[in-house]
Design a protein around this ligand. Structure first.
Ligand SMILES: [Zn+2]
Ligand SMILES: [Zn+2]
Length: 357
């Protein structure tokens, strides 16, 4: 009986994840039931190697195991029927330890055997797309790259090396739970070997290390409607994270980030634009050219317009997202005060000043 899970794999306690994996691969090959037909000792050894790898290849479990192994005072435990057979001081420790090692399984593993695993909807994924101000008015077709967790391409999501398949867990015979008898108590726990799944992977897929999934960058084409604002959310149904156990996929939510315009300030579906107006035009009235997204228009300035006055040009603003009509352009009158005046202008202004005063 080996002294510790590290001994089982023949690695040092501080061994790296890579060393653990290498040692596991070598031993798994050596003791694999296919190459040791009918050899009970090899089969036992194979199980121990699996169990050791199951714990030591999982950061959380390994940490918990290390913590326990050093506080127990009797040396580290050897693998036993529960996958990790700990030398309990009392029952309190027992749940502590399992809580530490398997706490991350949560209710999922516990509830999993009470019927088929429940469908779980995939998570929504949010990403941003940057647009020029002009494109936000015109509409655009944007390519949006997203990192998603998808089924591993190598094993098709099973987590098993191609050519092999997950097998019924020999520890729990596929039940997903194991019972430990402790005097008067019989405690049921999620099977540590298969984590409650009822199946185990004997040869984990090399690409995904048995997780069955990988992160992959996918690019979606998104139609941006004319008139989107900064912060508009576009929902692409089913393009988010993949659902589990037949659950729906999550959605991809694309948030538009619209660049500021040098010309316009957006106010709802209206566009505010500053229009320089000479002092005489503001006083006497006249016409000025006002830029709009679809070309300049001539705007009548009423006599006596004050600085800051807003003049509305109907239907020349941003397209409404409903597809019906457009907002307006609001021309803000900015009266230009001459910095330099010639003699004649000075005389006129002085006369005006007298009149005003
Ligand atoms: Zn099991
Ligand atoms: Zn894989």
């Amino acid at each position: 009986m080996p002294e510790s899970l590290y001994d089982t794999l023949g690695v040092q306690k501080g061994a790296s994840a890579d060393e653990v994996k290498k040692a596991y691969r070598k031993l798994a090959r050596q003791y694999h039931p296919d190459t040791n037909q009918g050899d009970k000792a090899a089969e036992e050894k194979f199980k121990q190697v699996q169990t050791a790898y199951d714990v030591l290849s999982d950061d959380e479990k390994r940490k918990a195991y290390d913590r326990f192994g050093s506080t127990n005072g009797r040396g580290a435990p050897g693998p036993g029927p529960g996958g990790v057979n700990v030398d309990f001081g009392d029952l309190g420790d027992f749940s502590d330890i399992l809580g530490g090692i398997f706490g991350n399984l949560g209710g999922n593993a516990r509830g999993a055997r009470r019927g088929r695993p429940q469908p779980v909807r995939g998570a929504d994924v949010e990403t941003e797309v940057r647009l020029s101000f002009e494109d936000s008015l015109r509409g655009a077709e944007a390519k949006v790259p997203v990192e998603l967790t998808v089924a591993c391409a190598q094993c098709g999501g099973t987590g098993a090396e191609p050519g092999t398949a997950p097998v019924i867990c020999p520890e729990c015979n596929g039940r997903g739970v194991v019972s430990e008898s402790q005097g008067l108590f019989a405690l049921s726990q999620p099977c540590p070997r298969c984590r409650g799944n009822g199946t185990v992977i004997e040869q984990p897929c090399a690409k995904c290390r048995g997780t069955g999934s990988e992160r992959r960058r996918r690019t979606f084409s998104v139609k941006i409607k004319p008139g989107v604002k900064d912060g508009t959310k576009i929902r692409l149904k089913g393009k988010g994270e993949v659902g589990q156990n037949g659950g729906q996929n999550g959605d991809l939510i694309v948030v538009t980030r619209v660049a500021k315009s040098d010309t316009y300030e957006r106010r709802g579906d209206d566009l505010v634009v500053e229009v320089p107006v000479s002092f005489p035009t503001a006083a006497l009235g006249g016409k000025v050219e006002v830029p709009t997204p679809e070309g300049a228009v001539s705007l009548k300035i009423p006599a006596g317009s004050e600085d800051g006055k807003l003049l509305r040009i109907k239907g020349r603003g941003a397209p409404k997202l409903s597809g019906k009509g457009k907002g307006d352009v609001l021309a803000r009158v900015r009266i230009q005060v001459p910095k330099r005046v010639n003699k004649k202008e000075r005389e006129l202004l002085e006369e005006l000043q007298k009149g005003v005063g």
